[in-house]
Design a protein around this ligand. Sequence first.
Ligand SMILES: *Cc1c(COP(=O)(O)O)cnc(C)c1O
Length: 389
Amino acid sequence: MNKQLQNFITANYNSSLPPVRIIESGQGAYLTIDGKNVLNLCSSHYLGLAVDLRIKKAAQNAIETYGMGTGYRTLAGTHVLHLKLEEKIATFKGVEAAIIFSGGYMANCAAIQTIFGKEDIVISDELNHASIIDAIRVAGIKNKYIYRHRDMKHLEEILSTLPPEVKDGAKILIVTDGVFSMDGDLAPLPEIVTLAQKYGAITMVDDAHGEGVMGKGGRGTVDHFGMQGQVDIEVGTLSKAFSVMGGFISGKKELIDLYRQKARQFMFSNALSVPDTAALIEVFDILIQSDELVNKLWENANLLKSQVKKAGFDVGNSQSPITPLMLGDEDTAGQFAAKLFEEGVFATAIRFPMVPKGKARIRLIPSASHSKEDIEFAVEKIMKVGKSV
Ligand SMILES: *Cc1c(COP(=O)(O)O)cnc(C)c1O
């Protein structure tokens, strides 16, 4: 191997990290790990759709008819199923149009890079997802500003003191997660939009953890705040509540048409496969028809949250089903997760660098696939472990 490459690997590879858990089952209410059946409280399949029979059937039928792969959307890869899925997403979201990508990460990169460049200005919440941070880098934007998490005073301070030589002719983007994935708290969208209007800024929300979860029937965080049509660019993932894979941007038709023509992530990367696309069409059909799964998710989330709070745990500022048990100490969080696993509950410890040092936690994510008994079982085990660490 090249010597420099060898040195780089030696300097950067951390051989003391614990190995990842290997899942031997589907992503249902329970997971099989090392042959053991454990309650799944850590996946982002909020609606339990990853193992839903209707989704499996839809994928199977599509494979029978069309096979697997598609292609480049702009060459010979735009399948009728892709267009059908984009229409379903737009219908579900109650917006004019949507465009799909092979991941939420890609959708964020496309959303920003296609429209914003070197001389533009981006103002970003300090806890925004890594893919937004990378998207800003990919776009090569020079003028980056970070506001303190959900701090609207700080956001306005930045907006009102942008140097005129920077501001002259530049587009300004305010970008935020809808639901913050480590804390479960929400972006203050009404205030952000008001500030954006005051200072002529464009708004973008990455709602990866809000789509299928927040708002009426899971329409998302923008819907939760009753602000449909007021956020310029909405990004979502198809891999969390929607349980397949892929990402999308939704909004006004002319905006989506521009992405269709100019987004490099759309032009130079393959489209979603046949079974992924067909499964997702079924997902949106289910969600357009009924709020049942979203209601069940919230029933479980409210039960879990109220019970762990009653048991004395600090769940921070969560307004979503994401329920962090704030433990603080890194080792305590690690031991807590290990003991929970022994008790048959799988929930991961979230530690530095995913969250700041001293803010370690266990992140619990209930889903619609859990029964009331599952949640009660989890609470009982959490209380038991809480007494021993
Ligand atoms: C998970 C996530 C993404 C990435 O989505 P993928 O579809 O997994 O690429 C982007 N943004 C946020 C906020 C996320 O939580």
